[in-house]
Structure formats: structure tokens, C-alpha cells
Ligand binder design. Structure first.
Ligand SMILES: *[C@@H]1O[C@H](CO)[C@@H](O)[C@H](O)[C@H]1NC(C)=O
Ligand SMILES: *[C@@H]1O[C@H](CO)[C@@H](O)[C@H](O)[C@H]1NC(C)=O
Ligand SMILES: *[C@@H]1O[C@H](CO)[C@@H](O)[C@H](O)[C@H]1NC(C)=O
Ligand SMILES: *[C@@H]1O[C@H](CO)[C@@H](O)[C@H](O)[C@H]1NC(C)=O
Length: 413
């Protein structure tokens, strides 16, 4: 492949792709209206974890000011129903949640266990009359250990002057709130002052004082990678450099594997699945009755293993995953930017559309998301010369990811 050609002498330090963590996706519908309709979530394993044992249930307990048996929202959800999905078909599981007594409000999960390894993938459900919603339009936020002044942001739907309570990870203790300051207008944003750590990772809950029992809180899950940005392998002190993960993929903090957004696959998440598909290997369809060019994924939220978390499938954004990407953006929850001369790209794949299908200068790859060889920087605007010391650049292809240490390469071909 063109972009794999490397101009310099090459020292290959690392090849990824051989090992993979246990992989399961948690999908949900009706997750922003838990009191009406038919809210549910589903658990889908992906190869190479197809034989993993699946479990599901409530992740943390968020609603605790009523005693059993009235405390229905803390009851475990009803048993899941098994069905076959995927290609080849794999047993998957559906959990239909009950709308009465706030029972479908809160945090749930699918988990998969294989060979002593376990992967837990949570998902959050809110009432349609929630007082607060995550400002970003996503139920999870991923940050890196050491990031400074990380915020957890909610928007208040109808501003009120009632005091707010912040809670962390579903405390049952009514007095156990997080202190965020005293100025009302600042209270919908919680700032973790200083460097963030894995101890800050969990479910944040914001509710009006005395309203916790109404299950109208806002919920957001903060995921803290155990290594600083761009690094992985906590056991070695995060000495390893992450590969490039394209299209919104996030480098796993222990294995260095790219955890791809729903709708993308490949070692560097460089391949788009098509409109109607998701799954680690694009093996699942949002609607099995419909073809790959349908828009059946609208309204579906997909959560995949940490550190990625939850998002819409490509082409959609907003908490409900029903808003189409604006022109110039694409991908899962529309987080990615088109790099096309025309300024337009396919909102599902990022492939250039419009008057020209050329990439902007410096960019290459099927959807113009990779810097051309010899270029780097956020806009691929910078060029390497051979006197840069100690900087590592990365080149990704569908097959392998190679790390090159410029310091060791002083000879041009
Ligand atoms: C999302 O869906 C809920 C429930 O149907 C609805 O109340 C809410 O207005 C929707 N929000 C947006 C931004 O479309
Ligand atoms: C983080 O917040 C603290 C307290 O508000 C402030 O003093 C500090 O300058 C901030 N650090 C950065 C890097 O923004
Ligand atoms: C928050 O709760 C989850 C689920 O029980 C747990 O895995 C996580 O470690 C908790 N976070 C902290 C910081 O205790
Ligand atoms: C390489 O960079 C170093 C530090 O910036 C500088 O001292 C040195 O003269 C440079 N060498 C060449 C051949 O340009």
C-alpha cells in the first residue's frame, strides 16, 4: 500500500494484532425515555471472543432513597432472552427493561469472560424528563491519566434555583455527595482539579436536591485510561507508544490495541463497516431485514469495551443518535472531520464526496484520515527532516502498525 512505503531506513519495534482482549458490545434503544416505550439493551460477542461466557445486569445502583420493596429501580432487570445474530450467527442476549417504578433508569452492563479475562461494557438509561443531560451528547467520556482539570459536563434542561447534588458511582448514602463549590451556575460542570487518576473513573450522577427518588438525574460515565495520552502498558510504567487509531478509535491502555468506534474495524480502525453494520468485525446489522445502505442504525447507541465507551453509530450524533452529522463531519457520533478538497464527505465513512474526491494536501488513505508519509501534526502540515531526535512516528495499514524511531534513522533512501 502506498502509504506504507517508508522513505527512511526502518527499525520495526512493534507489531500489533496478535492478541486481543475479550470483546463484547452493549447496544441500546429507548435509552432516553425509560418510562415509556420499550427500552432494552443487547449483548453481542465478537470473534475471537465468541465462546466467552456472557452475563448482564445493573452496573451501579443510582437510586437509593426508597426502601425495598418499593426500591424497584434497584432491582436487577428481568432475565435476558437469547437469540441468534451476526454472520456467522452467534447467540446474543436481549434484556427488555420494565418501564414502571423507574426500573429501566440507571446503569446496566453486558460482560464477557474468557480464559480468566473479563470485559464489562456499561450503558446508561435516562428518563425523557431528565433534569440534566450530558452536554457532549454522549454518555461516556474518555480521558487519560494525568490529564489536568478534567470536567464532567451536564446541561440543565430547565434551569431552576434548587440546589444540586453530585454523586459518584451510585452511593447508597444520602449524605455522600461530591463537593463542587457553591456558585449555582457552576454546578452543572464538575471539574476534577489537578491530574486525573483511575480513581476518578465511574458513573457521575447529578440530581436536584430531594429529587433523587424521581430518577430524573443526569448520568455520565468517565473512563480514565491508566496511562498518559498516547501511551500504553501500565505494567511497564506506560513506556509503550500507542499506534495511530483512526476514525475515533482509542488505544487500549494495557494492550495498545485500537478499540474502534462502532462502525469501523481493522487494527487501526481504518475500515468503515457500511451504514447498517457494527461489531468488532462488522458482523452485526442494525436491522437484518434491510440492506447495507439503509439507515437502520439511527437511534441505536453502541457501547464497546473501555477505553472507548459509548457512542452513536457512524452518521449520527446527539444523545438520541438520531441527528445526522453536519457537512464536514462524519463517523460515530460525528466526532471526525472530513479532510477533503471539496469540504464534503460521506457522513458514514468519511470518503470524499462532492465536486472533488481528492484529499486535502498532506492527507491520504481511503477517507483521507492518514498523514502522507513524511508528514505529521494535527493537520499533517508538518514535514519531517532527518534531524528530529527522539520523536516517534507511526504508520498504519490494514495489516500492521509499525513504529519508527527517527532518532535511529539518519539515512535517506
Ligand atoms: C430524545 O428522545 C427523547 C425521548 O423520545 C425526547 O424526549 C427528547 O426530546 C429527544 N431529544 C432530542 C435532542 O431529540
Ligand atoms: C486547573 O485548575 C486550577 C484551579 O482552578 C488552576 O489553578 C490551574 O491553573 C488549572 N490548570 C490548568 C492547566 O488549567
Ligand atoms: C465504579 O463502579 C464500577 C462498577 O462497580 C467499578 O468497576 C469501578 O471501579 C468504580 N470506580 C471506583 C473509582 O471505585
Ligand atoms: C541538529 O539539531 C541540533 C539541535 O537542534 C543542532 O545542534 C545540530 O546542529 C543539528 N544538526 C544538523 C546537521 O543540522
Amino acid at each position: 500500500m502506498d502509504y506504507m512505503r517508508i522513505m527512511f531506513g526502518v527499525v520495526m519495534l512493534h507489531v500489533h494484532g496478535a492478541s486481543a482482549s475479550v470483546y463484547i458490545s452493549t447496544t441500546s434503544r429507548g435509552y432516553t425515555s425509560t418510562e415509556t416505550g420499550s427500552p432494552y439493551f443487547e449483548c453481542y460477542r465478537s470473534s475471537p471472543s465468541l465462546t466467552a461466557a456472557v452475563s448482564n445486569g445493573r452496573y451501579v445502583y443510582l437510586y437509593n432513597d426508597r426502601l425495598p420493596p418499593v426500591n424497584a429501580a434497584n432491582a436487577d432487570p428481568p432475565p435476558s432472552v437469547a437469540f441468534d445474530a451476526g454472520n456467522p450467527p452467534t447467540q446474543s442476549y436481549r434484556k427488555n427493561l420494565e418501564t414502571n417504578d423507574h426500573m429501566s433508569y440507571g446503569a446496566f452492563y453486558c460482560a464477557a469472560s474468557l480464559d480468566g479475562e473479563r470485559s464489562v461494557v456499561p450503558t446508561l438509561f435516562l428518563r425523557s424528563d431528565a433534569r440534566f443531560v450530558p452536554t457532549s451528547g454522549r454518555f461516556s467520556k474518555t480521558v487519560n491519566k494525568g490529564d489536568v482539570n478534567v470536567t464532567v459536563d451536564f446541561t440543565e434542561i430547565t434551569p431552576s434555583v434548587i440546589l444540586m447534588n453530585w454523586r459518584f458511582n451510585g452511593t447508597t448514602d444520602m449524605t455522600e455527595t461530591i463537593s463542587v463549590g457553591t456558585i449555582f451556575t457552576e454546578l452543572t460542570v464538575y471539574t476534577i482539579i489537578g491530574e486525573v487518576d483511575t480513581s476518578h473513573g465511574g458513573v457521575y450522577e447529578l440530581h436536584l436536591e430531594s429529587e433523587r427518588g424521581l430518577a430524573r438525574a443526569g448520568l455520565l460515565r468517565l473512563i480514565v485510561r491508566a496511562c498518559p495520552a498516547g501511551r500504553y502498558d501500565e505494567s511497564s510504567g506506560c513506556t509503550q507508544i500507542c499506534p495511530s487509531c483512526y476514525n475515533g478509535g482509542i488505544c487500549h491502555d494495557q494492550t495498545g490495541i485500537c478499540i474502534c468506534p462502532p462502525g469501523f474495524q481493522g487494527d487501526g480502525c481504518e475500515m468503515a463497516c457500511g451504514r447498517n453494520r457494527y461489531g468488532r468485525n462488522c458482523e452485526y446489522r442494525c436491522d437484518y431485514e434491510l440492506s447495507d445502505d439503509s439507515t437502520a442504525c439511527s437511534g441505536l447507541q453502541v457501547c464497546v469495551p473501555d477505553p472507548y465507551g459509548c457512542s452513536c453509530t457512524p452518521g449520527y450524533k446527539g444523545l438520541n443518535c438520531t441527528t445526522e452529522c453536519d457537512q464536514g463531519e462524519f463517523g460515530a457520533s460525528c466526532t471526525e472531520t472530513c479532510h477533503c478538497v471539496s469540504g464534503e464527505c460521506d457522513r458514514f465513512t468519511g470518503v470524499c464526496t462532492g465536486s472533488s474526491t481528492k484529499c486535502e494536501p498532506g492527507w491520504t488513505g481511503t477517507n483521507c484520515q492518514e498523514c502522507m508519509v513524511g508528514r505529521y501534526g494535527p493537520k499533517c502540515e508538518r514535514k519531517y527532516n532527518c534531524n528530529i531526535t527522539g520523536i516517534q512516528i507511526l504508520h498504519a495499514s490494514a495489516f500492521k502498525i509499525t513504529q519508527i524511531n527517527i532518532h535511529t534513522m539518519l539515512k535517506k533512501e
